[in-house]
Ligand binder design. Structure first.
Ligand code: BG6
Length: 496
């Protein structure tokens, strides 16, 4: 389906996210013929740019980041609908009048029919100022013929209370169904494939429960540090940055019940149900020192090169206690998952970049082999490889060829690259298109956001009452406490 003619107003267009992800994705969508020829883009920012300056900037970012080839005719058409509106600040009332005039003019001259999406890729602290002024400007006045939508980037608040406030603010300018919260993990093919694997096959679902599953490990490891993002990251930390959203979404998709259909409301309902059952208690006892771990990378070497410690990164407060690694042990209090721990970990400057969900099965109740035959046998595991090297691995025991009955673990692999000729769209391409189409399934609902904060609020509060995060070596798998978290249960993290 092709998106309706519309104007996309982007706040934060000069930021990193827009430059690296959003603008290349818009070009790719145009190139794939998924945007209407009248699609128009209005950039809002503090620079003194002309429309041509904006075009040059978007062109550079698209040429650097787009996945599809450069096609001058497509570019010309897209560039013709670009405008820049200079804002002295987000509180600059006159700028909202200019923005209104520009959007009205695009409606009149390019046939965008009053359809408007406001993409807020700005720090949440600015939301009150921006939403209030957008409302006052009349830009989002309800219209029977046209749609008005708001697309917001995480973080969706700082905690449960501020997430609710944020939602209330956005709710003042558009209806709840017209708010699209971006969690870009949901735009990834491999994340969408979790539901396909579970519910389009017969062989996994019967085993997907506490009778057969020993535990689940969800890992999001990055080898990079925080780069130039201290301004954002130092106030946020790992738990808020990626566990509140990406990892808890992965958990929900892995653990939820089968939805009645793939429609947004049906999938959301099941995700909410399972998030509601998540507990921090370990066998009924709440002791967050035993069920959480946090760390901060030290200076050291990575890939043979010296790297700075977190505290030495530009822009990080000298007394910062922000974590760059977080791990949680969660339980899900329902019939399917009672007694099965879900271990989540995320961190920067770890051994390598890998995101995966590993479902680790129990040992067979009985092994009719000599014990020497099974020393190289671990637990059956299904690994959903979210990225890189997207695919699924099944770990199972097999007889080693030879005259002895000797067993060893082997892998069965399905890889996207080797299997499909179709190219995966970049997550942002899919999400921008869906927001313009008004398709909600890949966007978390406010209830999910709220339930995720319900889980994290006590953890973050516990950490802020404690001292500094534990240091860990760049290129390692995180702090010792993360390993202790599993060792306490007699388990170890998988070597991804
Ligand atoms: C973002 C986080 O949501 O995800 C970043 O804010 C992180 O800190 C990024 O680096 C990772 O995304 P991806 O798609 O590369 O896994």
């Amino acid at each position: 389906r092709i998106a309706d003619p519309c104007v996309l107003v982007m706040f934060g267009i000069t930021g990193d996210l827009a430059r690296h992800k959003l603008l290349p994705a818009i070009y790719d969508l145009a190139n794939r013929g998924l945007l209407s020829p009248s699609f128009s883009l209005v950039g809002v920012g503090r620079r003194s740019w002309s429309d041509d300056d904006l075009r040059a900037y978007v062109e550079k970012s698209a040429r650097e980041g787009a996945r599809t080839p450069w096609r001058p005719a497509i570019w010309e058409q897209l560039a013709a609908g670009m405008r820049f509106v200079e804002f002295a600040s987000f509180e600059d009332d006159a700028a909202y009048d200019r923005l209104t005039a520009v959007v009205d003019d695009l409606d009149a001259t390019r046939g965008t029919r009053g359809n408007r999406a406001f993409y807020l890729s700005i720090p949440p602290g600015w939301f009150p100022a921006v939403t209030e002024r957008i409302a006052r400007s009349g830009l989002v006045e309800e219209s029977p013929e046209a749609w008005r939508r708001v697309v917001i980037e995480k973080p969706f608040g700082h905690d449960r209370a501020s997430a609710r406030e944020l939602d209330e603010l956005v709710g003042r300018i558009v209806r709840p169904d017209d708010v699209f919260r971006v969690d870009h993990y949901l735009g990834k093919e491999t994340v969408q494939n979790i539901l396909a694997l579970r519910f389009a096959n017969t062989m996994f679902e019967p085993l997907w429960n506490q009778r057969y599953v020993d535990h689940v490990q969800i890992t999001m490891a990055e080898d990079i540090g925080i780069g130039t993002r201290a301004g954002y990251y130092d106030t946020i930390g790992s738990a808020r940055d990626v566990i509140q959203n990406h990892l808890l979404q992965l958990l929900a998709l892995t653990a939820m019940e089968e939805p009645t259909s793939m429609e947004a409301a049906a999938v959301r309902l099941e995700k909410e149900k399972v998030l509601n059952c998540v507990r921090l208690e370990r066998d009924g006892v709440l002791d967050l020192d035993l069920t959480t771990a946090r760390g901060r990378y030290d200076a050291g070497f990575q890939g043979g090169l010296p790297v700075r410690g977190y505290l030495e990164e530009d822009g990080v407060a000298a007394d910062s206690r922000t974590e760059t690694f977080a791990a949680l042990r969660l339980e899900i209090a329902n019939r399917r998952w009672a007694g099965v721990p879900f271990y989540l970990r995320a961190g920067k400057r770890l051994t390598r970049r890998v995101t995966e969900v590993a479902v680790v099965f129990k040992q067979p109740p009985f092994l009719p082999f000599e014990s020497a035959a099974t020393t190289a046998v671990g637990a059956n595991t299904i690994v959903l490889r979210i990225q890189p090297d997207e695919g699924i691995t099944l770990r199972l025991a097999s007889k080693v060829p030879g005259t002895q009955m000797e067993l060893r673990d082997v892998s069965m692999d399905f890889g996207y690259g080797a299997t499909f000729n179709e190219e995966s769209p970049e997550a942002y391409e899919r999400l921008i298109l869906d927001a313009l189409l008004g398709d909600a399934p890949l966007f978390p609902h406010q209830r999910e956001v709220d339930l995720s904060w319900r889980i994290l609020d006590p953890v973050i509060e516990h950490w802020s009452a404690g001292g500094s995060p534990e240091g860990y070596r760049p290129g390692s798998w995180g702090p010792a406490s993360a390993h202790e978290l599993l060792a306490r249960d007699g388990r170890t993290w998988r070597r991804s």
